[in-house]
Design a protein around this ligand. Structure first.
Ligand code: NAG
Ligand code: NAG
Ligand code: NAG
Length: 443
């Protein structure tokens, strides 16, 4: 402790005097500063010559033409994490037009947790090799288009968790090669028409955690977009399905936490390539037919943590899914007869749903190739036909207050393993319950 205080004191005294202070930042890298300005970065036989992480703890300026490190590929300039509450007390990082000159191979620049300052306009020395720019928690109030002009090769841009309030046409025009854009967790209330025009290579877009209106032409220009995240991002008028009309090639879609209460038949029909759909954390009360069963290529559907009371039989039709996640729907008391009839799924989760009743043949002609998870519900008994017609590898009924399993309950069920941890049942006569000798009972 004493030594550290000593060093700090020397740093303080030296910087007061305007003398150069040098320090090792990582094995073999040396950084020299004068009056909070980095004026020299040297590679003193660094072990990793391509990666330089610089951790900063006070206001700093990155001087001009300071790099003579031609092999550097990844540069990280990081301050300690700042929460939303203490954003205003962030330390500043000032960049000058030639701060990143002399880095012919720089691919990735990552700046975090600072009050980023730089000259506006196109005065930047080109960083033409840069393909990934991450500016997280940098207190940016707008898209730094002027800076982006000098970075024409960028494919991946993250402006996550800044203070940006609007997106305008031309904000991203310098970035003709952009493939991934993340502007989540900003304060965006306006996305002007034409904002995404020209971004025809964009494949992934994250607009989550903002508050803009769901206008029909919101995503115009993004006809080849494959992944879209739209969680908790709309204003008081909420989500509107018409936003998808401009993005027919979506494969992954996340629209969580948007207070969606109703699923309307056909709402995803334009998205014929959809493979993964998450509607996590909304307020959906009913799963009708006509919404999912026509999505031919869909492999994963999450409706977890909604207010689903009713799943209309046939809502998932004859789909062949990897995952169907319906857990945490605490209003889902009853699973109706034939609900999952015809469905093939690797894993079907109905955990933590407060289910008290399975109507006879609720899983009639349902094939679960891995696990049907009904753990942590309120089932008190297993009736004769509850699982009739089900073919599964694992059936997990653990953590239910089950006291009774009816005679022949599993006679018409094909299963390999039965989970009964945390239930009150004792199985003494398998044959009576219709369980084959080979079924493994987990208790
Ligand atoms: C901001 O708050 C976090 C914890 O919430 C703390 O670790 C950090 O030191 C604070 N930063 C500043 C600059 O006050
Ligand atoms: C959802 O509704 C709650 C109140 O019911 C509100 O506090 C919240 O802001 C709403 N969220 C969105 C994304 O509209
Ligand atoms: C179960 O599936 C069979 C075969 O498709 C069908 O005939 C029957 O109506 C279904 N429902 C019930 C309750 O048996």
């Amino acid at each position: 402790m004493k030594t550290i205080t000593g060093i700090n004191l020397i740093l303080l005294v030296s910087s007061v005097l305007g003398e150069e202070v040098c320090r090792d930042v990582d094995s073999g890298w040396n950084i020299c500063e004068t009056d909070h300005t980095i004026n020299r970065i040297e590679d003193k036989n660094a072990i990793f010559k391509t990666v330089l992480p610089v951790d900063l703890t006070s206001d700093t300026t990155v001087g001009e033409n300071i790099f003579s490190t031609p092999k550097l590929e990844h540069l990280y300039l990081r301050f300690p994490y700042i929460s939303k509450q203490n954003r205003s007390s962030a330390h500043s990082l000032t960049l000058l037009p030639n701060s990143f000159a002399g880095l012919p191979r720089l691919e990735k620049l990552n700046i975090e947790n600072t009050n980023l300052r730089f000259t506006k306009g196109n005065t930047w020395a080109s960083v033409g090799s840069l393909t990934k720019l991450h500016l997280r928690r940098c207190n940016l109030l707008e898209v730094p288009t002027g800076m982006l002009e000098s970075m024409p090769s960028i494919e991946e841009l993250t402006l996550e968790d800044n203070e940006i309030t609007a997106l305008h046409p031309h904000d991203f025009t310098p970035l003709k090669k952009l493939k991934e854009l993340d502007v989540s967790s900003n304060k965006i209330t306006t996305i002007a028409p034409g904002t995404f025009d020209g971004l025809n290579r964009l494949r992934e877009l994250d607009l989550s955690f903002n508050a803009f209106p769901a206008t029909p032409e919101l995503l115009k220009g993004l006809s080849l977009l494959k992944e879209l995240r739209l969680s908790k991002c709309f204003d008081d008028n909420g989500f509107q399905p018409h936003v998808f009309q401009e993005v027919p090639h979506l494969e992954k879609l996340q629209i969580a936490f948007n207070n969606i209460t109703r699923l309307t038949p056909g709402m995803f029909d334009g998205l014929f390539s959809l493979r993964e759909l998450s509607l996590y954390g909304n307020k959906i009360r009913e799963v009708p037919t006509g919404v999912f069963e026509r999505l031919r290529y869909v492999k994963e559907i999450s409706l977890a943590d909604n207010d689903i009371e009713k799943i209309v039989p046939g809502a998932f039709g004859f789909l062949e899914l990897d995952n169907l996640i319906l857990s945490l729907n605490r209003q889902l008391k009853t699973i109706l007869t034939d609900t999952f009839r015809g469905l093939t799924v690797r894993r079907l989760s109905l955990a933590k749903c407060h289910i008290t009743t399975l109507e006879p043949k609720a899983f009639n002609i349902t094939r679960v190739t891995r696990m049907l998870d009904l753990t942590e519900n309120f089932l008190t008994e297993v009736g004769t036909n509850d699982f009739a017609g089900l073919k599964t590898k694992d059936l997990d009924l653990s953590q239910n207050p089950i006291r009774k399993i009816a005679q022949d309950a599993f006679k018409d069920t094909d299963l390999k393993r039965l989970g009964l941890f945390g239930t009150y049942v004792k199985i003494t006569d398998r044959a009576k319950l219709g369980l084959e000798e080979t079924v493994e009972i987990m208790k």
